[in-house]
Write a protein that binds this ligand. Structure first.
Ligand code: HEC
Length: 108
């Protein structure tokens, strides 16, 4: 299982509706701040596919939220902490870990 189909589908719906950014951020802080600080999840900008992968991985690790919340979180992450898929040939490494070193925020 690579992607949550529900997340992908709802993300598309979410983009059409543009859910409130503040509400999406609140959902992110609530859901993603349970096991690590929200900030640690934001250390690396990711493409939409990479965020989907990360969220899917967090679900496997035990992240709990409604489909709506996951969709809002994905939307928030992609819009605020996304990166251009075309500029990113490398696969999502994912090994950096919490709060970890590989900051790429300067470009973009
Ligand atoms: C049930 C606990 C838990 C929750 C909830 C959780 N995470 Fe994580 N997360 C972890 C653990 C454990 C790691 C470090 C393990 C690893 O990197 O494989 C991690 C690492 C990460 C990383 C860096 C490593 C990677 O795979 O890229 C990101 C980004 C991340 N989480 C994002 C999120 C987001 C976004 C959410 C909310 C949807 C979230 N996390 C919710 C447990 C959780």
């Amino acid at each position: 299982m690579r992607l949550l189909p529900a997340v992908a589908l709802l993300a598309v719906a979410g983009l059409a509706q543009q859910p409130d950014l503040a509400a999406s951020k609140a959902a992110f802080n609530k859901v993603c701040g349970v096991c690590h600080t929200p900030e640690s999840a934001l250390a690396t900008r990711r493409t939409k596919a990479q965020w989907e992968e990360s969220i899917d991985k967090m679900v496997q690790l035990g992240a709990k939220a409604t489909d709506d919340e996951f969709a809002a979180i994905l939307d928030y992450l992609v819009s605020q902490y996304g990166r251009d898929a075309a500029a990113d040939a490398a696969p999502a490494g994912g090994r950096g870990g919490l709060g970890g070193g590989r900051f790429r925020s300067s470009s973009n």
